[in-house]
Structure formats: C-alpha cells, structure tokens
Ligand binder design. Structure first.
Ligand SMILES: Cc1cc2nc3c(=O)[nH]c(=O)nc-3n(C[C@H](O)[C@H](O)[C@H](O)COP(=O)(O)O)c2cc1C
Length: 379
C-alpha cells in the first residue's frame, strides 16, 4: 500500500522527494547524485566568465527548464539567448516567466562575477523585443568590466538556496527577517511587498490554492507539467531538468504501478489526489507571502523582476527563511483569467505582479537537478 506521505504529484515546478525510507533501499533509490554535480562543481572553472556561469546556472527558473544559451564573445563579453524549445506555452503563453528566469540567471551571473571583482553591464534585448513571444533574438548582452564591482554578501547564500515546497513550520515569520528579505527585493525599479499572519495572508492562502486547483484540473496545463516529469532517479539523471519525483517511496510507488504519467494526467487518479492533498498541506501552512511587481510593459521589466527575485531569495536564505513560489494565479491563460484579475485587485496596486511566493520556516531540501554548464554554451 502506498501511503499519502509516499505518493506525490506536483504542479508549478520543481522537485519533490518522497518521504521516509530506510537503509539500503534509500541508498539505492535516493535522489540522483549525478544530476546535482553542477552544485558541487560550481566555482571550479578557471576563466572568469565560465566561473560566473557555473553559478548562474543554479538560478531559480520556471519548471526548472534551464532555457539558457550562452555565447562567449571576445575576451570580456557574452550573449544570452533563450532556448526556444524550453518554454512553457500552456502556462506561460507570452514567455513572461521564462524571461524572469533569465533575469535571475543574469543577477546570479553578476553577483558571481563581482566575487572576482568584475562589474557587469547588462543590455536587455539589444536587438528589440516582442511582448507576445520570444524569438531568435538575444535576451541580453553582458560586458564584464575588470575591477568594476566588489563582492556582495548576498552571494554567500547561493549554494544553500533552494525552492522549498515542504509544509512550513507552524510559527510566525520574524518581522525583522521578513523586512530584510523584502528590502533586498526592492531593486531594479521592482516593488517588493509582503504580508504575514493576518487576514490578507488568509485570503492569499485561499486564492493561491484555488489557482493551483485550476491548473491541475485544466487538461492542457496539467499535461504540460506531466510531460516534464522525471519519475525516479534514473529519469532525473537522464534529463536533469523539469519536475522531478524521486526518493524511496517513489521507487515503491513505481514498482506498485501507481506513479506513472497516465495516472498523473488524470486529476481523479489516486496518485494525483494524494499529490493534491500534500500540496494542500503545504499551501495551508503558509503564514506569510511576498510579491514582486512593476510596470510589466517591457521585456526589460521582466528581466528586472527576475533580478530582484534572485536577490530576494538569497536574502531570505541568509535570514533563515524558505521560499516557495505560488505562481498559478499570475499566469495568463484563459482559464486563469478570473483569478489573475482577483489577485491583481487584491495586491497588484495597479502594477503587474511578477512573482508571488510563500515565505516561512522549514528544513532544508535537496538541490534541484541541473544540466552541466557546458551544455548551455554555444560553440
Ligand atoms: C518565474 C518562476 C515561477 C515559478 N513558479 C513556481 C511555482 O508556481 N511553483 C513551484 O513549486 N515552483 C515555482 N518556481 C520555482 C522553480 O520550479 C525552481 O526554481 C526550479 O525548479 C529550480 O529549483 P531551485 O529553485 O530549487 O533551484 C518558479 C520559479 C520561477 C523563476
């Protein structure tokens, strides 16, 4: 019998480890080690741009698609492109979230370069942009300036920061830690705001859960996630991206035939229902939320939102707080239109909401997989 704690599904991205397990079974069925190699190897490159890139690929990004393509230009520059096959057309029809992921990448690149004393001059969308869709044109040009920056203490949290989807501890978020986190996200013209332990947080708990349910019960949006699931360590190692389901109980559930793509495609299946129950527990444990907003009228504003988000999550980690995006209500597909309006009316203040996350306390989680840095480089 596979229990509630054992079978999971997921929506909205990332990696879920099934709970518990013992002895050799854990060792044999634990998360893929090779898929986490980039976390262990970060910083080992000798050339400064490659060293910075080895950290930048650890940035948070939607559904962990890692859609970054990089060409090194001359001795002191690079061009960043989007791998257009790694977008999420169902849940992110205008590529807004994919661009936020590029912004997070650029911010971590800049922070890593600053560790070596290099400043960065970032020009977003140097050949123009289309707000309806990304295309072959570059996302950004980056020029490195020797001696142009000092190390930033935020960088120290790079390897410890992970999206944390666990239920959060039943305690209020410390006001000072929360304020410091929000203040780090108030950069690049982005407004970071938040609420905790109050009626607004209760409204957001309800709203984010309803949005999650819409995504899971809308065929084509749920299917987008299911298609990106890597079930078990072997699939994760073969494709270290997307949404990973790993751990001993996943091994058991797979053996028992309960966890497979067909079951997860059906919101009424036992695997999906149990996954929903686990996400419900996580959703209801939220006591504080943070959100980032700006004009949202240009691609550069989406890059800025990603840069601000990177700083916010690094600051949260420094402050002992965990972060979990709850993005569904911000997504722009027709079935979400009502909740999109509702969340903007509630907390948008006339701007475009770019990120909405729950913030709290939880035990650390295992790192999400990454493709090796080399795979992102254009020869
Ligand atoms: C724009 C954006 C939206 C995201 N939305 C969600 C979400 O709705 N739910 C979720 O669990 N994770 C979400 N994430 C987190 C990613 O899934 C996560 O960053 C990715 O799986 C890599 O894992 P890591 O952050 O632990 O390195 C989002 C990340 C970004 C940048």
């Amino acid at each position: 019998m596979v229990t509630r704690r054992g079978v999971l599904t997921l929506v909205g991205g990332g990696c879920v480890l099934a709970a518990v397990g013992a002895g050799g079974f854990v060792a044999a069925n634990g998360p893929s080690r090779s898929a986490r190699a980039p976390w262990r190897e970060a910083g080992q490159e000798t050339e400064f741009r490659r060293r910075a890139l080895s950290y930048a690929i650890l940035a948070p990004n939607p559904h962990n698609r890692q859609p970054w393509r990089v060409r090194l230009d001359g001795e002191d520059a690079l061009t960043l492109y989007c791998d257009l096959d790694r977008r999420l057309p169902a849940t992110d029809p205008y590529d807004r979230q994919i661009v936020i992921g590029h912004g997070a990448f650029l911010e971590l690149l800049a922070l890593a370069a600053a560790e070596d004393g290099y400043g960065t001059e970032v020009t977003p969308f140097p050949e123009g942009e289309d707000m309806a869709t990304l295309d072959e044109r570059p996302v950004a040009l980056v020029r490195f300036i020797e001696g142009g920056a000092e190390p930033n203490p935020l960088f120290a949290s790079t390897l410890a920061r992970h999206t944390n989807r666990s239920p959060f501890d039943a305690r209020d978020v410390d006001a000072g830690a929360f304020a410091a986190t929000l203040s780090s996200g108030n950069v690049q013209g982005v407004t970071a705001n938040g609420c905790g332990n109050d009626a607004l947080a209760a409204q957001l708990r309800d709203l984010t859960w309803r949005a999650h349910s819409v995504e899971m019960t809308t065929d084509y949006t749920n299917q987008e996630s299911v298609d990106l699931m890597r079930i078990g360590a072997r699939e994760v190692a073969a494709n270290p991206d997307g949404l990973c389901l790993e751990g001993p109980m996943i091994g058991l559930g797979r053996l028992a035939g309960m966890i497979n793509r067909e079951a997860l495609s059906d919101p009424n299946s036992s695997a999906s229902q149990q996954g929903m129950a686990m996400f419900h527990e996580a959703a209801m444990s939220a006591r504080a939320y943070a959100w980032l907003a700006n004009s949202g009228t240009t691609r550069a504003s989406q890059i800025s939102a990603g840069r601000a988000y990177m700083r916010l999550v690094l600051a949260a980690e420094r402050e002992g707080l965990k972060v979990h995006p709850w993005s569904q209500s911000l997504q722009e597909y027709p079935e979400m239109a009502g909740l999109y309006r509702e969340v903007h009316d509630l907390i948008g203040s006339g701007q475009t909401l770019q990120m909405l996350v729950r913030v709290g306390y939880a035990k650390p989680v295992v790192a999400a997989p990454r493709w090796p840095m080399e795979t992102h480089l254009i020869a």
